[in-house]
Ligand binder design. Structure first.
Ligand SMILES: C[S@@+](CC[C@H](N)C(=O)[O-])C[C@H]1O[C@@H](n2cnc3c(N)ncnc32)[C@H](O)[C@@H]1O
Length: 255
């Protein structure tokens, strides 16, 4: 039996991931990064491949996707086959801190709800900028503290194994990372969110059919895995008003 440590290990098992802000946030990245037909886009921390397949299908881009978890890449490949975009998307297992691509390759590099989970955030931003072509765009959608001071116990909860030792930043913190990677013309949009809109984003993203299949895999795992039951219990203890303090930011810079 697998040794699940965080909710993302569980998500990889059942085939579920989500970016904060949902499709609306992805569409903001599309607009601000000028994603369109013929562009070569990289989605770093692509999860189960929804955004990569969506961009290939809707905007006719060529898309690369990487994720640190092999199971995420398996789900992504299966989705690309199902959605008939295998000729335009390619997925690989890789760490965002050490991307397996040459310099100046992609027109656009995006990262949706991933950098908060990595300890060396500046190293990730440097990598995103390195593989982007000169004049190309780097776009992030990341959880952002919108009200401070944040109660210490929440910071500690998010920084635990449960959420992959995640660490949201303030908008100044995120902008500082883009600047540190040498990006310019930085555009920032900060949004509030709430539990209701985040749940309805799940439905819009997956549709009832896929959500029911995910639910059935989750239930089966719940009964088989004590580690899953522990994580589910811990996840249920996340304070309900966390989203008063944590929203999301869209941060885009140009190389
Ligand atoms: C909150 S999910 C978001 C996934 C995807 N961007 C989406 O919108 O559905 C975070 C993803 O980042 C991946 N991840 C975490 N650390 C990573 C790293 N160092 N390099 C690459 N991917 C990473 C996780 O495996 C997970 O799939």
């Amino acid at each position: 039996m697998e040794d699940y440590k965080s909710i993302f290990d569980i998500q990889a098992e059942v085939g579920l991931t989500k970016q904060i802000g949902g499709l609306k946030a992805t569409e903001e990245l599309v607009e601000l990064c000028h994603i369109g037909r013929g562009k070569y886009v990289l989605d770093v921390g692509c999860g189960v491949g929804l955004t990569a397949c969506y961009l290939a299908k809707t905007y006719g881009c060529r898309v690369g996707g990487v994720d640190i978890r092999k199971k995420m890449i398996d789900w992504s490949n299966e989705r690309a086959r199902r959605e008939g975009v295998e000729d335009r998307v390619e997925f690989r297992v890789s760490d965002a801190q050490d991307l397996p691509f040459e310099d100046d390759l992609f027109d656009v590099v995006i990262c949706e709800s991933v950098v908060a989970l990595v300890q060396d955030k500046q190293r990730v931003l440097n990598e995103l900028a390195r593989v982007t072509k000169p004049e190309g765009y780097v776009g992030l959608n990341e959880s952002t503290w919108i009200k401070t001071p944040v109660p210490t116990e929440w910071v500690e909860l998010l920084a635990s194994d449960l959420s992959d030792r995640g660490q949201p930043l303030t908008s100044d913190g995120w902008v500082g990372l883009l600047e540190g990677a040498g990006l310019r013309d930085i555009v920032t949009r900060i949004h509030e969110t709430n539990a209701r809109s985040e749940s309805s984003n799940f439905l819009k993203r997956y549709g009832w059919g896929e959500l029911l299949r995910i639910l059935s895999r989750s239930l089966s795992l719940y009964f088989r895995s004590p580690a899953y039951r522990n994580i589910a219990k811990e996840a249920a203890s996340v304070p309900k008003n966390l989203l008063e303090y944590m929203g999301y930011g869209i941060y885009v810079g140009r190389k």
